[in-house]
Design a protein around this ligand. Structure first.
Ligand code: DAT
Length: 174
């Protein structure tokens, strides 16, 4: 039996830029499977130690990769994480780095309950384009795309674009 080939999509960017919102809706629209790496790690307790400075558990990257590899080889996955250089390059057919204006990101993270250093560091991460640079180093530049994520209109446009890209990819590969 031959399976329909489906692409793997990485949604990355600073916390608060809208990866989860986009990823879940995209999964509904395309039928691809959405995976939030934070949730996956919590469910499987895929942690290795605790970061005292940021007061959060440290991801066990090797176990996360092992846990997902089989599914990624099959294809049709949407992965959501605020980092991107822990995954094997071969996993992804396209990488989207979501971007949000600093003031708006600040407001979003504040209403998420972030304060002090955690809030400052995350907004700075966006200002310095840290995740974009990480993505450019970890993946071929041709597959890395920035997406503005400031408004409901941006969200709709991004959904539209990625759904279209997915459809075309499947036509080309099946
Ligand atoms: P992430 O998964 O990147 O941490 P999220 O999807 O949880 O981000 O979104 C953070 C907050 O921002 C949440 O309250 C929803 C809102 N949001 C997401 N995308 C948006 C957009 N395009 N326009 C306005 N608000 C958005």
């Amino acid at each position: 039996m031959k399976m329909t080939k489906r692409p793997n999509i990485l949604l990355t960017g600073t916390p608060g830029v809208g990866k989860t919102t986009l990823g879940k809706e995209l999964a509904q629209r395309t039928g691809l499977t959405y995976v939030n790496i934070g949730d996956l790690a919590r469910e499987g307790e895929l942690f290795d130690g605790y970061d005292e400075e940021y007061q959060c558990p440290i991801l066990d990257e090797d176990r996360v990769v092992d846990e997902l590899d089989e599914k990624m080889v099959d294809g049709g996955m949407i992965i959501d994480y605020h980092g991107c250089d822990l995954f094997p390059e071969r996993w992804f057919h396209i990488v989207f780095v979501l971007r949000t204006d600093n003031t708006q990101l600040y407001t979003r993270l504040e209403s998420r309950g972030y304060t002090g250093k955690k809030l400052q560091d995350n907004v700075q991460c966006e200002i310095f384009q840290t995740i974009l640079e990480e993505a450019m180093e970890a993946y071929r530049e041709e597959i890395v795309h920035q997406l503005p994520s400031n408004s409901p209109e941006d969200l709709e446009h991004n959904l539209e674009q990625i759904a279209q890209w997915t459809e075309q990819w499947m036509k080309d590969h099946n």
